[in-house]
Structures are given as C-alpha cells and as structure tokens.
Ligand binder design. Structure first.
Ligand code: 3VV
Length: 161
C-alpha cells in the first residue's frame, strides 16, 4: 500500500504501546501504515492510499474485499478517537489518554469494484457519540464514484486494556 501522507496523522498520536497495528501502526515495520487525517473543519476524517498489486481479489485489477474492510477498520477507529476528542474540546496527543477506540462491529456494503491503479479515498463522519461508544459512517471512493460504504460501532478502550 502507498498511503498518502500529509502532516501528523491521528495514528501518529496513539501512545507508544498502541502503535503496532498491522494496518495503521507507525511502528509496525511490515504494516501498511494507513494514515487518517481530520478535515480542516474537523467534521470529517480522510484517508487515501494506492493499493499494491499483491492486494488484488479474484477479479483482476480489483481490490480484495478483506483489504477494503481493513481500511475501514483502521480509518474508523482513528476517526472515532478524533471525534471523541473534538467533542470534549481536546487536541489529540499522546498525552490525552481518553478516547482510543477499538472495533466492536463493522458493517460493510460492497457496491462497486475498487480499482487497483488509482488513489482510493475514504471519508468518515460521526453518526452517534456517547462516553464509551462511537458510531462512524464511512464512504470509499475512486474516480469520484462511491465503491463501498461502512458503519462501525467503536468502543473506547478501558484503562486496564
Ligand atoms: C483487542 C485488543 C485490544 C488491546 C488494547 C488496545 C488498545 C488500543 C488503543 C488504540 C489502538 C487503536 C488501534 C486501531 C485498531 C484497529 C481496529 C482493530 O483491529 S480493533 C481489534 C478488533 N476488535 C476487537 O478485538 C474488540 C473485541 N471486543 C471487545 O474487546 C469488547 O467486546 C468491546 C471492548 C468492544 C466492548 O466490550 P465492553 O465490555 O468494554 O463494552 P460493552 O458494555 O459491551 O459495550 C459498550 C457499548 O458498545 C456497544 N457494543 C458492544 N459491542 C457491540 C457490537 N458488537 N455491536 C453493536 N454495539 C456493540 C454496547 O451495546 C454498548 O453500547 P451502549 O453504551 O450501551 O450504548
């Protein structure tokens, strides 16, 4: 995967102990290093990448469905952390220990094949937010066409995890 990098990503602010996710952990050498960024107004989050050829599904030049879910998984949990921090008026930093989220439920709708040879963009928004739970909506696009959508229930990690 070739993630599009900008300035500091939400994943870069995960505490040292939590930076080893295979999909998005900055410290996982074999990982994909997906990066999630808040939009300027903070209302949405975005991730972009170009898939490597090895991640194709059964149909030539189409991205493997499990990879599509993986991107939603990493982008959704990072987005949930961002929205929870924003809701409390907090900046997202390594010192802010609240609001790191893991996936409890991920529903994915595969609407059109996702191509391998162009930039894929995923945007997220928050549907519902409470103290421990965030429901995140996501859309995956290529060439301006929505290819997949997802709805995630993400739950804040407890201090003892
Ligand atoms: C797993 C190891 C984690 C180690 C610590 C890591 C810290 C990481 C920090 C930052 C790194 C972020 C790195 C990105 C991660 C990338 C994404 C992944 O790959 S995540 C891995 C895959 N996910 C799991 O393995 C979750 C396994 N499940 C669980 O551990 C529990 O079930 C958990 C924490 C999700 C919830 O258990 P409860 O006992 O803490 O909380 P309850 O009370 O059951 O639920 C809270 C609220 O969520 C709803 N909820 C829970 N499960 C639901 C479900 N399946 N569907 C719908 N709603 C659900 C409940 O109805 C409740 O909602 P109401 O507050 O009452 O409105």
């Amino acid at each position: 995967m070739k993630p599009k990098k900008r300035n500091i990503a939400i994943q870069d602010t995960y505490g040292e102990r939590f930076q080893n996710c295979w999909g998005c952990g900055p410290k996982n050498e074999q990982g994909l290093h997906l990066k999630t960024y808040p939009s300027e107004d903070g209302e949405t989050c975005i991730t972009q990448f170009e898939p490597d050829n090895q991640y194709t599904g059964g149909v030539p030049n189409n991205l493997f469905g499990g990879m599509i879910a993986l991107v939603f998984d990493c982008h959704g949990t990072a987005s949930a952390a961002w929205f929870a921090h924003k809701n409390k008026g907090l900046a997202l930093t390594e010192e802010t220990v609240i609001g790191r989220f893991i996936t409890a439920r991920l529903e994915t709708d595969y609407k059109k094949p996702v191509p391998m040879d162009e930039t894929i963009t995923i945007r997220s928004s928050i549907e519902e937010l409470s103290e421990r739970k965030a429901i995140v909506r996501m859309k995956m696009e290529a060439s301006g066409v929505v290819r997949a959508e997802a709805r995630m229930v993400a739950v804040a990690v407890k201090d003892d995890m």
